[in-house]
Design a protein around this ligand. Structure first.
Ligand code: SAM
Ligand code: SF4
Length: 451
């Protein structure tokens, strides 16, 4: 009998991708997605615990669904980072919760669900899977409607930055065999996918521990050869491990898009040291210079944390200075949030909340102006876009992304979805660009122009 699953997702691309995996896995157990919680037989919250705010959202989301448990007996589960972190404690805290599915337990979800349905008992699986089987993707059987897809290449992290919970909830670095990844990309291309985004908490660590070790840049080279694929992206790369072969890939591989997300976290060497990041402000900026040397049109985005313990005004000024020097295309900025179990959570010299907020607001104000300027630099120029779907702003417009990952809205209809178009940029806004279609163009021909 057909049943319905409603799923809410918090956090990063890894979680978004886990949600896609859960949906295609459960389709095989006759659970189909609904966008309305009231219709669901199963409600899952796929959670994030990287900062306190998304973690709190999980508890308020659960509160919203309690009445559905009481009225309809719906099954309620928590998956992802909070599930991994809390395990059985979560079942004790939330009496109406039925399932806890840790970050490595996703492939076991159908069996866990069956066990729960048969026995009526609550289930919890927050074990780590040392074999790495949890990384396999179960592809949908029908052609995909979307033209972009995530592909996990590795998971976990060995870096243990002092503020970060990821190594504790995603485990140590585990890579998927390259053959498996390539087969997955080939299958996705057969299903209509034009662009893949390779996912890993630290993609530079790709290949470690595999029987046939290959580097991340070698993997990119192999994926670049897949016929029918137009674009490759990846996230996230750690500045400490950004090596020359990866920098060279930007000038050598036609399908690798000109965008890198390279979190810097702070511009102060004192804070970077306390964070255990393994680079300095100077060496970070040198890496950006090398990337721009190899690929002048590359867009660079980053993450930054303000208010890490011990951050003084002069440290924050170093961060602002880095912003002006690097001139990022976009920036994701966060207030430091202490995470239990991490080394930084034990540091006592905490920055006051109102100081953190003031620093965050000032930094965001400065970056907003830089982002607009970076976008304005594209006005009058020609960009290749891959059309993704209807624009959110106007239903007369279609929306796509440049190779540098900027949103461009153009006049058109749904017949353009999946097409690579050449567009002239007519106007820049803080979060998007306006373009006018010049024609269809192949990725390779535009690639020749990128330097
Ligand atoms: N692996 C990536 C790296 O090292 O650059 C980052 C992955 S992490 C899931 C995403 C971002 O969340 C980080 O780059 C950092 O800016 C932010 N973040 C992680 N822990 C945080 C914390 N305790 N407080 C505030 N922001 C945090
Ligand atoms: Fe967290 Fe990224 Fe540091 Fe790993 S490299 S510990 S994921 S911030």
């Amino acid at each position: 009998m057909e049943k319905k699953i409603y799923i809410e997702t918090y956090g990063c691309q890894m979680n978004e991708h886990d949600t896609e995996r859960i949906l295609s896995l459960l389709e095989r157990s006759h659970y189909f997605e609904t966008k309305h919680a009231q219709e669901a037989d199963l409600i899952l919250i796929n959670t994030c615990s990287v900062r306190e705010k998304p973690e709190h959202k999980v508890y308020s989301a659960l509160g919203r669904f309690k009445w559905l448990k009481e009225k309809k007996g719906v099954i309620i589960g928590v998956a992802g980072c909070v599930a991994q972190q809390e395990g059985n404690r979560l079942l004790d805290k939330i009496p109406y919760l039925d399932m806890v599915i840790g970050t490595h337990a996703i492939p076991k979800l159908p069996q866990l669900l069956q066990k729960m349905e048969i026995s009526g008992e609550k289930v919890c699986d927050a074990d780590f899977d040392p074999e790495g089987n949890h990384l396999k993707t179960i592809l949908p059987r029908k052609p995909l409607e979307q033209i972009k897809s995530y592909v996990t290449v590795m998971q976990g992290c060995d870096h243990f930055c002092s503020f970060c919970i990821v190594p504790y909830i995603r485990g140590r670095e585990q890579s998927r065999p390259s053959r498996e990844i390539i087969e997955e990309v080939e299958r996705l291309v057969e299903m209509g996918v034009k662009e893949v985004c390779l996912l890993g908490q630290n993609v530079n660590g790709y290949g470690k521990g595999l029987k046939q070790e290959i580097s991340f840049s070698d993997l990119l080279g192999r994926i670049d050869e897949i016929d029918g694929l137009d674009r490759i992206r990846f996230t996230t790369s750690h500045p400490k491990d950004l090596d020359e072969p990866l920098i060279r890939a930007y000038s050598d591989l036609p399908k690798l898009c000109e965008h890198i997300h390279l979190p810097f976290q702070s511009g102060s060497d004192k804070i970077l040291k306390a964070m255990h990041r393994g680079y300095t402000k100077k060496s970070y900026l040198e890496r950006i210079d090398r990337l721009r040397g190899a690929c002048p049109s590359i867009a660079v985005t980053a993450d930054v944390i303000v208010g890490f313990p011990g951050e003084e005004e002069k440290d924050f000024e170093e961060t602002l200075d880095l912003l002006q020097e690097a001139r990022f295309d976009d920036l994701f900025s966060f207030k430091y949030s202490p995470r239990t179990g991490t080394r930084a959570a034990q540091l006592m010299d905490r920055v006051e909340e109102k100081v953190k907020q003031a620093r965050l607001s000032l930094l965001q104000e400065i970056q907003k102006e830089i982002t607009l300027q970076r976008n304005q630099e594209l006005e009058g120029g020609v960009e290749e876009i891959l059309v993704e779907g209807l624009s959110k702003q106007s239903h007369q417009d279609m929306t796509g992304r440049t190779r540098s990952n900027k949103i461009v809205n153009v006049e058109g209809d749904s017949g353009l979805v999946g097409k690579l178009l050449s567009v002239r940029i007519t106007k820049a806004y803080p979060h998007s660009l306006r373009g006018e279609i010049l024609g269809s163009e192949s990725a390779q021909s535009l690639f020749c122009r990128r330097s």
